[in-house]
Design a protein around this ligand. Structure first.
Ligand code: HEC
Ligand code: HEC
Ligand code: HEC
Ligand code: HEC
Ligand code: HEC
Length: 487
């Protein structure tokens, strides 16, 4: 027993004889209890606060590891004193040959192994919990609050709010994990030194191909049939008249044993490869589309101004890309609504009372002005709506309806507009559809505009029945079962 005490003493004397080790040991001693306490707490109760977790895994953890490193560096480079022989060859030889000393060596070994096990355990827990922390939605979405707030807010309101950020942005496998950590470190620096762009640039050019992310959950081969889509809207008139538009979207399939690929998801069938050249960074100008089908035949669709446009492509960040899910579903989870959609949705949800005369019109007017901060927007929306109703419908103000409407409009604004990040209404373009006026820079119409032609005169069709059947458009009353029966 006394021997063990001697060894421990020797070990600690070794440390005390090296300044470097000493500093390391002090750091380790101070950090150790906090770290272990916090980790145990995190394991049993789960730390919710992302900054606290960040403090543990991104500051305390590395400091602890750094301290340990210093201890060993100090011992290793520590020269001239008796204890250093603990680590030299003659010393060890001496101990292996002399039986009495050998038992002392065994104890040294035992002690070292014990310490290493304790350390390995702490390393393991640190690495495991730290890994999970840095892959968590809380870390990605809220650690750099202002910067990620727009994406995080839109994400929380989306169908993918239970899918973690990393499932779409990183996916599985070591290669992308390492890539993501390198780019993550760069991003943290950009936030620390405030050199990141406002808004964050899109499209994300380093995004992983969709087959390794989206297609881990979705299988377009198994999609089928049509999907009924109903749009409910309110007109900007006195009664906020409700209208309906109903479409049958031809979802189709990427092709299964029983059905060939057809309809909208025909693009992502394994046998079809669509490559396109875009003339700008945002992939909104697409003059050249190359389609390789099952037979291997290649067809090239060119817009009439392809040569002209492509001449400037290099300067504008153009490039070549194989089409996948993201070329249509570029906003599956960061869905920023247009002002019209945002107000309509709040009215449908009842957060903006639709019985309030002219509320659609007044809400739009208040929400679509240019504000330079979220706070300014909140106040201005409130005063404008309050003043207008005070002048025109003072009774309704007393009933509290206007108060409620104000909260709804403020929320519609706050969920979609982020002046601090230079994100106004419609800053981020959604490519899942087309605009009412068929803007050739947005959505399907980038290709489907009847103007991209092959040498034999085939075009990428803009036929209104190619992608959907419009059942009714902007009608005030609608009966879905009858419509589906074709009456
Ligand atoms: C369902 C998949 C999915 C999830 C989940 C997801 N994202 Fe995204 N994210 C995307 C796609 C797709 C894009 C746009 C890619 C493009 O256009 O190139 C994107 C773009 C972004 C951008 C670039 C700016 C922009 O709006 O285009 C940021 C920043 C971002 N995501 C952060 C996050 C954060 C933070 C989370 C978790 C809170 C998250 N994402 C969760 C799919 C996802
Ligand atoms: C971890 C699994 C997972 C991943 C990864 C994922 N999704 Fe989803 N996705 C879902 C689930 C689950 C739903 C259904 C949500 C619901 O209906 O509430 C869904 C729904 C959808 C929908 C239908 C939304 C709607 O409005 O009905 C689309 C489109 C979609 N995903 C596209 C994508 C795209 C594009 C990607 C890749 C960028 C992706 N998903 C990645 C799980 C995933
Ligand atoms: C050519 C554009 C395009 C491509 C490429 C595309 N989609 Fe879609 N997808 C659509 C459209 C359009 C809809 C219907 C949207 C609606 O109903 O509002 C849709 C619907 C969906 C839905 C909902 C299906 C349903 O029955 O409700 C899912 C899930 C989906 N897509 C996933 C994917 C995935 C995963 C990929 C990539 C493998 C992909 N899509 C590729 C355009 C596309
Ligand atoms: C990058 C260019 C591009 C974009 C963007 C694009 N498509 Fe296509 N699409 C094509 C090409 C090329 C064809 C094949 C044309 C042909 O075979 O004549 C096609 C064919 C189709 C077809 C017919 C498939 C079949 O059954 O043969 C549908 C439906 C379709 N697209 C829907 C859409 C929808 C919906 C969108 C937008 C959400 C969209 N496409 C966006 C290039 C594109
Ligand atoms: C290449 C595919 C494609 C073609 C061609 C196309 N559309 Fe669409 N259309 C879409 C998609 C995708 C949507 C979005 C559905 C959704 O929002 O869920 C849409 C939506 C619509 C809507 C509903 C808009 C709304 O939000 O109220 C109308 C109306 C419409 N299309 C009319 C037309 C007409 C008219 C034509 C012919 C000139 C046409 N479309 C051609 C793909 C197409």
């Amino acid at each position: 027993m006394k021997e063990v005490a001697n060894i421990i003493n020797a070990f600690f004397r070794g440390i005390t004889h090296s300044k470097v080790s000493l500093i390391g040991a002090m750091v380790v001693t101070v950090v150790f209890p906090f770290l272990v306490g916090a980790i145990i707490y995190d394991i049993y109760f789960h730390i919710e606060n992302t900054y606290f977790a960040g403090f543990i895994y991104m500051l305390l953890g590395p400091v602890f590891l750094g301290g340990l490193l210093l201890v060993f560096l100090g011992l290793f480079f520590f020269k001239g004193k008796e204890e250093v022989r603990l680590f030299t060859l003659e010393y060890l030889q001496d101990y292996f040959t002399d039986p009495t000393k050998f038992s002392r060596l065994r104890r040294i070994l035992f002690f070292t192994v014990f310490l290493t096990c304790v350390n390995l355990f702490i390393f393991g827990v640190l690495a495991y919990r730290g890994y999970h922390y840095m892959e968590s939605t809380g870390f990605c979405g809220t650690f750099c609050h202002t910067v990620m707030n727009p994406e995080y807010t839109a994400y929380q309101n989306s169908p993918h709010s239970r899918v973690t950020c990393v499932e779409c942005h990183i996916g599985g496998g070591a290669e992308w994990f390492v890539k993501s950590k390198i780019s993550g470190a760069r991003q943290l620096l950009a936030v620390a030194f405030d050199t990141h762009p406002r808004p964050i640039e899109t499209p994300v050019h380093g995004l992983r191909p969709a087959r390794d992310t989206c297609q881990q959950c979705h299988r377009p081969e198994k999609f089928h049939g049509n999907r009924l889509v109903i749009k409910e809207r309110f007109l900007p008139d006195e009664h906020n008249t409700k209208t309906f538009t109903a479409l049958l979207m031809k979802i189709g399939s990427a092709g299964d044993h029983t059905t060939g690929s057809h309809g909208i998801h025909w693009h992502v069938a394994p046998e079809n490869e669509i490559t396109y050249q875009h003339a700008d960074y945002g992939r909104q100008i697409i003059p050249i589309v190359t389609m390789t089908g099952a037979s291997g035949g290649e067809r090239i669709f060119l817009s009439s101004d392809a040569d002209e446009v492509m001449a400037e492509a290099a300067a504008r960040g153009g490039g070549v890309r194989v089409m996948d899910c993201i070329d249509c579903h570029n906003r599956p989870s960061h869905i920023f609504l247009s002002p019209d959609q945002a107000i309509d949705r709040k009215m449908l949800e009842g957060e903006i009372p639709k019985e309030l005369p002219f509320i659609k019109r007044q809400a739009l007017a208040a929400a679509t002005q240019l504000y330079t901060s979220s706070q300014q927007a909140r106040t201005a929306i409130a005063t404008q709506l309050h003043d207008w109703y005070q002048t025109n419908y003072p009774d309704l103000v007393k009933k509290g309806l206007v108060e409620k409407a104000i909260r709804g409009v403020q929320a519609a604004y706050a969920e979609n507009v982020f002046p601090e990040m230079n994100i106004q209404w419609n800053t981020y373009v959604d490519h899942i559809a087309h605009t009412p006026d068929f803007d050739p820079m947005i959505g399907c119409i980038r290709c489907h505009n009847d103007e991209h032609e092959t040498v034999t005169g085939e075009v990428i069709s803009m036929d209104c029945d190619l992608c959907h059947t419009v059942l009714v458009e902007n009608v005030k009353e609608m009966n879905i079962p009858e419509m589906l029966r074709g009456r």
